[in-house]
Structures are given as structure tokens and as C-alpha cells.
Ligand binder design. Structure first.
Ligand code: BTN
Length: 332
């Protein structure tokens, strides 16, 4: 109900009468009035004028359910979309919901995480109201070895969404690039990270959780992050609506996921992925659990493996699940 009132207010230039809202939604005037009051307490500025109706003056940058849902144009992804003002980690919430039987496509968004998790046991600092913290539940019918490709699908979707969002406010927006396999970078600094977790047994996936954190309205980063991290707001010099960016990301994810699902690999996405790949043509060091080697990144193959050419010309395909890739001259 709330999201329907919100979409009608947003669709209407100027005022929409109480009568139109009642008829459009098939509810009573009191129900409409109560919903409007609820929206106002969430920070929406809504003007109410006798005999004219209601007009949306401004929307707050909130990550509420209705805000994200009303911008989704997906069949499966983000249905349902659940919101927590505060949670420990959206990945952990998704895992819990997955165990309770929630469906493929369930999305969890939060306004803050008290125990946000990064890769390799690192924390993901997630202050209130600043950035996008969300996780998607997938129940794909694919072999376990293919699960890491889903990280790349999300990376591509997020790169596309962030890039489009920056271009909407900047004439010469810098490129949003993908640092294989998990990070988005802008001008060499990290804009977003992806943490994919799996519940599986040999050869069978119960579910996959893909969590993504995008630095959106952070004005300054503290400590070592000041050197390595960047936010959309720092890049563009203006703030962004997080819900809009989150929804754009999920809309693209569904589009790319459908392409992935046809072949169960990245053959249909490889070219576009490579157009975002910052590593391509660069020197990289691959840090495998037991050894390290360096070479030039040449692109990815259809399984999402990074192709690294060593000095002797031999090409090694590196599997995303096990390694960390560092630029020879720094983070990228
Ligand atoms: C990384 O680059 O180390 C991965 C960061 C992933 C952070 C996101 S925020 C939403 C989701 N919930 C978590 O606890 N982590 C991921």
C-alpha cells in the first residue's frame, strides 16, 4: 500500500486528489490519509491542499522497502525485498532467511550494519544512512564450481548501475571499473566490494548469498581507507539516492543473470565484463594459498577465470574462489 501511494505521488506532476488515490488503490480515504502520515514520518515532504489533494515535495534518501521496491522492474530479483534499519550483516540475515525457506530472489537491504563483513574475515564498515548494504538470496540449479561466476555477474550489474548513476550527474564522469573478481574501482580507489557465500554439499548448491556494499554518500573515510576507498559522492561532488542505486543494480543483475542462466556460464557476458575490467593488460600478482606468481592479465574466459600470461607466454586461468589479485604497482 505504502509503495503504491508513493509511486502514484511520484508519477504525478503536481497534485493528485485523495479521490484519485482511493480509486486507483481501491481503498478508503482514511487508509490513504494514514499512509500519507506514515510516509511523512519517514521523512517524505508531502503537501496536502484542500480540494487539490497531495503533492510530493521531496523524498529523503532512505533505504526503506517501498523506496527500493517501487523502483524495481524485475520478475524475480528483489521479490520479496526486506529492509532492516539496523542489522549485523545483510549476508547473515539472508542466510537465516534461506534456512527458513525464503525464495530465490529475496533481497535484504539495511540502513546500517553493526557487523558488516568483507572478504577474508575483514570488517566492512557500514555507518547509518551512508551507503548501500544489501544481499541477494539465490537458489541456482548449477554445479558448485560455477557459483563464483555469480560474483562476476553482480560485479557487472553494479558497475553498470554505478556508471550510469555517475553519468546522470556528470558530463565527464570517470570510468567505473571492475577489479577482478570482487571490487569496483574508480580512479584506482575502491568504490564497492562483493562478498559471495555458499551453502552447498559436494556438487549441490543449497543457496548462494551475494552481498554488495557500495560507498555512496560517505564524505570522508578514516584511517587507511582514506587512501584506498572512494564514494560516489566524493567522485561526483553531490549526494545520491541510495534506494535508486540499489534498485538499478538489482534491475541490471536480473538482466545479466538471465543471460548467465541460459548457458550457465559467462559466454554471453564476457565481452561486456571485459570492457569494465581494470586488470586487462596490466601486471598482476596472483596470491594463491600456497604460492604466488605474476604476469599480465589478458581478460577472462567463459568460466569467469582471469587469464594471466606469464613471462614465458604460458597462460594460466585463475579461479576466483581461491585467490587474491594485486596490482604489481599497488591496489589495482
Ligand atoms: C569486500 O570487498 O571485502 C566485500 C565487501 C562486502 C560488503 C557487503 S555489505 C552487504 C553485505 N553484508 C555484509 O556483511 N557484507 C556484504
Amino acid at each position: 500500500m505504502k509503495e503504491k501511494v508513493l509511486s502514484l505521488l511520484k508519477e504525478t506532476q503536481g497534485f493528485i486528489s485523495g479521490q484519485e488515490l482511493c480509486e486507483g488503490l481501491k481503498v478508503s480515504r482514511t487508509a490513504v490519509w494514514k499512509t500519507i502520515q506514515q510516509l511523512k514520518t519517514e521523512g517524505y515532504q508531502i503537501e496536502a491542499v484542500r480540494n487539490r489533494g497531495y503533492r510530493l515535495v521531496s523524498s529523503p534518501d532512505i533505504m526503506a522497502e517501498a523506496e527500493v521496491s517501487s523502483k524495481l522492474n524485475t520478475r524475480v530479483m528483489g521479490h520479496p525485498c526486506l529492509f532492516y534499519r539496523e542489522t549485523d550483516s545483510t549476508n547473515d540475515r539472508v542466510k537465516q532467511l534461506a534456512e527458513e525457506g525464503m525464495p530465490h530472489g529475496t533481497l535484504i537491504c539495511a540502513d546500517m550494519q553493526s557487523g558488516g563483513k568483507g572478504r577474508r574475515g575483514r570488517p566492512w564498515i557500514s555507518p547509518l544512512g551512508e551507503s548501500v548494504y544489501m544481499s541477494l538470496l539465490l537458489r541456482p540449479h548449477i554445479g558448485t564450481a560455477r557459483a563464483s561466476m555469480l560474483t562476476l555477474v553482480m560485479g557487472l550489474a553494479a558497475a553498470k548501475a554505478c556508471s550510469e548513476t555517475l553519468c546522470s550527474v556528470m558530463e565527464h564522469a570517470p570510468r567505473v571499473e571492475i577489479k577482478w573478481p570482487n571490487d569496483l574501482v574508480v580512479e584506482g580507489k575502491k568504490l564497492a566490494g562483493i562478498l559471495t557465500e555458499l551453502s552447498a554439499e559436494v556438487g549441490y548448491i543449497y543457496y548462494v548469498v551475494i552481498g554488495i556494499g557500495i560507498n555512496v554518500n560517505t564524505k570522508t573515510f578514516e584511517g587507511e581507507l582514506a587512501e584506498t576507498a572512494v564514494s560516489m559522492c566524493q567522485v561526483a561532488g553531490t549526494g545520491f539516492f541510495r534506494a535508486e542505486l540499489a534498485a538499478r543494480c538489482i534491475n541490471y543483475f536480473e538482466y545479466y543473470y538471465d543471460i548467465f542462466a541460459k548457458t550457465e556460464d559467462l559466454s554471453g557476458l564476457k565481452e561486456e565484463y571485459e570492457s569494465f575490467l581494470v586488470n586487462k593488460g596490466r601486471q598482476v600478482c596472483v596470491l594463491e594459498p600456497n604460492h604466488e606468481f605474476c604476469g599480465t592479465a589478458r581478460g577472462i574466459n567463459s568460466y569467469g577465470q582471469l587469464l594471466v600470461e606469464r613471462e614465458d607466454g604460458e597462460i594460466t586461468a585463475v579461479y576466483a574462489g581461491e585467490v587474491s589479485v594485486r596490482g604489481v604497482y599497488g591496489y589495482v
